[in-house]
Design a protein around this ligand. Structure first.
Ligand code: TXA
Ligand code: MG
Length: 346
């Protein structure tokens, strides 16, 4: 299949290209498009066949459900049983990087929800995503637009590498602002929230709106073999480069001197902080951002992981993130990329 790539920017809004993309969605085919979190691989969310095509294009197991993207927060009512807590969350965080799990209505095919009775709803703030959904006139089911097992794409070039030849069109909207996938919460029967995946909306921000928020164990811990995760996606090994990833924990100067020694011994890729650049040999360095700039680190993490994975490195070192604010989302992605391998440096 020939994949058309169309650049859409503020200066070049390309309304006619968006209308064409919307018609492709309506016809049951797939489009990759930018969102404020990561690129999505979208199809008509009410069409079971389109969902099958998404699973096939990504090489994804079909029991791992898709997120239904809507143009306006109130559209959720058409596809799910909304509750007062949903309305509170929507007022506070939508459009934006929040996905809410709700009981599904019959109109949503089971192939979209991986056979579950619940559906994941998200209203993206990215203008291209918003306009595409609006023009399509249907909700857009979309997982991240990477091949299963690769990091989520944060630039069109990542999507092109993974999906070129597999889908008819990729909309290039430049780099994604947040760089990590949306925060996912489930509204429990008692109105409390369970945080299933941390992202751009932080735990603290959720607590300001809903008094009781529980972090699911799988966010920070490794599940035992027999444990069933609350979200099917949690059981898959995600975001893992071919070379082993090791997270380093310890005092900054100790970690830096460990890295300096390692650089003399082997071809190691290092996802380093800006402050460390002057003290390390330039080879195979992938600066993720300033030590305390969690926003920059989130934005560049997946790009750095992809680049490190393409390099000749035999091992990839990165810093163990903090678990506060945006750090929790970074921690969750990194600990999976590293298959929970943390090395203490003392
Ligand atoms: O930021 C994002 O959320 C991006 C952009 C494209 O919107 N999408 C994304 O989709 O990350 P995906 O498919 O890569 O991740 C969705 C996660 C999966 O781990 C899946 O298991 C979980 O959401 N999920 C979807 N529906 C669910 C449900 N009904 N119950 C529990 N978890 C669900
Ligand atoms: Mg994904």
């Amino acid at each position: 299949m020939n994949t058309e790539i169309i650049s859409i920017t503020d200066k070049n809004p390309q309304e006619s290209a968006l209308a064409r993309a919307a018609r492709i969605i309506q016809s049951g085919e797939l489009i990759a498009f930018p969102t404020e979190t990561v690129y999505g691989l979208g199809g008509n969310g009410l069409d079971a066949e389109a969902a099958h095509k998404i699973y096939a294009a990504k090489g994804r197991p079909s029991d791992n459900p898709l997120i239904l993207h809507i143009a306006f927060p109130t559209d959720a009512e058409k596809y799910a049983e909304v509750s007062p807590v949903y309305t509170l969350l929507a007022k506070a965080f939508m459009p934006g990087p929040l996905t809410v799990i709700l009981p599904k209505k019959a109109i949503v095919p089971r192939s979209v929800t991986g056979g579950l009775d619940t559906v994941a709803i998200r209203c993206p703030s990215h203008p291209v995503a918003h306009r595409l959904i609006e023009l399509a006139g249907v909700p857009i089911a979309a997982p991240s637009a990477n091949l299963s097992g690769k990091p989520s794409p944060t630039e069109a070039s990542h999507v092109i590498r993974d999906l070129s030849g597999r889908i008819p069109m990729i909309l290039d909207g430049g780099s994604c602002e947040i760089g990590l996938e949306s925060t996912i919460v489930k509204i429990e029967a008692d109105g409390s929230l369970t945080l299933l995946r941390p992202g751009g909306i932080t735990y603290d921000a959720l607590c300001m709106v809903v008094p009781k928020v529980k972090v699911a164990d799988a966010v920070t811990k490794q599940l035992a073999e027999n444990e069933r995760p609350l979200s099917p996606g949690m059981k898959y090994r995600h975001y893992a480069p071919t070379a082993p990833v090791v997270l380093l924990d310890g005092a900054p100067e100790k970690v830096l001197s460990f890295l300096q020694d390692e650089q003399k011994k082997r071809a190691c890729a290092i996802l380093c902080y800006m402050e460390e650049l002057d003290f390390l040999t330039p080879r195979l360095l992938f600066p993720v951002g300033g030590r305390n700039d969690l926003k920059a680190q989130a934005q560049s993490l997946f790009r750095c992981l992809r680049e490190a994975d393409l390099s000749e490195a035999e091992i990839i070192y990165a810093h163990l993130p903090v678990q506060t604010g945006m750090g929790l989302a970074l921690y969750n992605r990194m600990i999976r990329a590293a298959a929970h391998t943390v090395q203490q440096i003392s």
